[in-house]
Design a protein around this ligand. Structure first.
Ligand SMILES: N[C@@H](CCC(=O)N[C@@H](CS)C(=O)NCC(=O)O)C(=O)O
Length: 98
C-alpha cells in the first residue's frame, strides 16, 4: 500500500469497523471523517432505500438514526458516541479489543 493511498490505515491490527449510513447525512460525514483522521479503515454500508436492512439495524441497535457504528460485534452508537469515545480515550482500547 503506498503512503499516498487514502485507504491506508495507521492501525493494521485494529478491529473491523462498519459504519451504516444513508445519503445526505452530516452526522455520517462527521463520523467517517473522525475515523479517517485517526487512521482507522472502515467499511461503509449505505442503507438508502433498503428498508429491510434499516429495520434490521433498528432492531439490533435500538436506534433509529444513522450513522450506527460497529467495532467488531459491538454497536457503539452514532457520531456523538464515537466522538465521546475518542475524547475519553476509550476508542483506542475498543479498537484493540481491550
Ligand atoms: N446524535 C446522533 C444524531 C444522528 C442523526 O440525527 N442522524 C440523522 C441523519 S444525519 C438521522 O438519522 N435522522 C433520522 C432519519 O433520517 O431517519 C449521532 O450523533 O449520530
Amino acid at each position: 500500500m503506498s503512503a499516498n493511498s487514502p485507504t491506508v490505515t495507521s492501525h493494521p491490527q485494529h478491529k473491523k469497523i462498519v459504519v451504516y449510513t444513508k445519503d445526505h447525512c452530516p452526522y455520517c460525514v462527521r463520523a467517517k471523517r473522525l475515523l479517517a483522521a485517526r487512521g482507522y479503515a472502515f467499511d461503509e454500508i449505505n442503507l438508502e432505500g433498503d428498508d429491510a436492512k434499516r429495520k434490521w439495524l433498528t432492531d439490533k441497535t435500538g436506534q433509529r438514526t444513522v450513522p450506527q457504528i460497529f467495532i467488531g460485534e459491538l454497536a457503539i452508537g452514532g457520531c456523538d458516541d464515537l466522538h465521546e469515545l475518542d475524547r475519553n480515550g476509550k476508542l483506542t482500547e475498543l479498537m484493540r479489543g481491550e
